[in-house]
Design a protein around this ligand. Structure first.
Ligand SMILES: *[C@@H]1O[C@H](CO)[C@@H](O)[C@H](O)[C@H]1NC(C)=O
Ligand SMILES: *[C@@H]1O[C@H](CO)[C@@H](O)[C@H](O)[C@H]1NC(C)=O
Ligand SMILES: *[C@@H]1O[C@H](CO)[C@@H](O)[C@H](O)[C@H]1NC(C)=O
Ligand SMILES: *[C@@H]1O[C@H](CO)[C@@H](O)[C@H](O)[C@H]1NC(C)=O
Ligand SMILES: *[C@@H]1O[C@H](CO)[C@@H](O)[C@H](O)[C@H]1NC(C)=O
Ligand SMILES: *[C@@H]1O[C@H](CO)[C@@H](O)[C@H](O)[C@H]1NC(C)=O
Length: 314
């Protein structure tokens, strides 16, 4: 059931090279990277999972964030004082992000556990995994959403085929010029395609965030079921951080970086032909998962969208 994604970790840290080295030797670096990708990168670049401190920083409520296992696992806490969150120190335009998450147990109604990419600049763009807490005995719902060129409203919701509070499961996003693929345990659950006439998130770099917060104005039963604080504190655990993406440096170098990323794009694995469209077996997997587990689709919500949005058309 696992896809090729798991075999691709050898290209880790490519983003470091793109950003850091390019500041001084842009052309040399481009050549180096093209050469490296074609050659035996896996022998040179580190493989395996990344340390929290190398990529992330606590973005919200230091005293509610705990680093465990030598910085390879992070716990976010939500109580009646605060939620919490972390965020990458760098931003990215296209790439692959992945994380293993174990959600808080107990009566988590009203809470939202998230893992998402969100744009640094206007117009606002976003790629979301949001886990909507549930009362005891009710399933936790996974909501995905896409904001492009300033507008969202593209929710799709899934019932998971496992209890996400018992064990860690992998949640991943591939974002390239052709499409965005959301994966659960390396299986595709949603694809958003870049098509003529459809807004597509590509206007600028995004930061990667993870948060746990009180979202009881909308999260559970449309906001009717509130937080049950006596079931708290709520703790979600994150591990196996993996960011392999085209790094955007900052304003002072942003003119160079996108062009360098463009130059490199055809050599980056997430932009390769294997990820420009899903192959036949992944399409079957996607179809099967969606036919069994998709419980809300904005594309089918004719009350909300009397005219089917263009991004929903085949
Ligand atoms: C389809 O793609 C997935 C990953 O993208 C890969 O694991 C699988 O082997 C491919 N299947 C075929 C038949 O090529
Ligand atoms: C903890 O992490 C540091 C830095 O990454 C590493 O040097 C050290 O060997 C690690 N310790 C253990 C016990 O894994
Ligand atoms: C928050 O929770 C603590 C522990 O459950 C409780 O003692 C305290 O009164 C609560 N504070 C508020 C403002 O609800
Ligand atoms: C993005 O939104 C702006 C403002 O609504 C609009 O003028 C522009 O045409 C949109 N661009 C794309 C590519 O959809
Ligand atoms: C709140 O959580 C506690 C502890 O998990 C549980 O015993 C209680 O039934 C919950 N209250 C409601 C209203 O569901
Ligand atoms: C942008 O990068 C330059 C050069 O590395 C650095 O001096 C500057 O502080 C950075 N600016 C920001 C906002 O990070």
């Amino acid at each position: 059931m696992m896809t090729k994604l798991q075999g691709l970790k050898s290209y880790a840290y490519l983003d470091h090279y793109i950003c850091v080295l390019h500041l001084e030797f842009p052309i040399a670096l481009a050549l180096l990277n093209i050469f490296a990708v074609m050659g035996s990168v896996s022998a040179v670049l580190p493989t395996g999972r990344q340390d929290f401190m190398d990529y992330f920083t606590v973005g919200w409520a230091n005293d509610h964030v705990t680093l465990l296992d030598n910085g390879t696992c992070v716990q976010l806490k939500l109580d009646n004082q605060s939620g919490s969150g972390f965020v990458t120190t760098k931003s990215y335009l296209y790439g692959y992000v992945s994380m293993d998450i174990r959600l808080a147990r107990g009566d988590s109604s009203g809470s939202i556990t998230s893992f998402y990419l969100s744009s640094v600049y206007e117009p606002h763009e976003e790629l979301d995994f949001e886990f909507l807490g549930s009362s005891l005995g009710q399933p936790i719902i996974l909501q995905t959403n896409v904001f492009a060129n300033g507008s969202g409203g593209r929710e799709q919701r899934f019932n998971l085929w496992f209890d996400p509070t018992l064990n860690f499961h992998s949640y991943s996003i591939i974002w390239n010029r052709q499409q965005i693929i959301f994966y659960v345990d390396y299986m595709p659950i949603r694809v958003y395609k870049n098509k003529v006439g459809v807004p597509y998130p590509n206007k600028g770099p995004m930061l990667l965030y993870a948060t746990l917060y009180d979202g009881d104005s909308w999260a559970t039963d449309g906001g009717q079921t509130k937080m049950n604080w006596s079931s708290g504190p709520f703790v979600a655990s994150y591990t196996n951080f993996f960011v392999d993406a085209c790094q955007w440096c900052n304003e002072s170098s942003s003119l160079l970086v996108p062009s360098l990323c463009s130059l490199l794009q055809s050599t980056l694995w997430w932009d390769g032909v294997n990820y420009q469209t899903l192959n036949a077996s992944d399409q079957v997997l996607l179809h099967n998962i969606r036919s069994k587990h998709l419980i809300y689709d904005y594309c089918a919500d004719t009350n909300r969208y009397p005219i089917i949005p263009q991004d929903c058309l085949p």
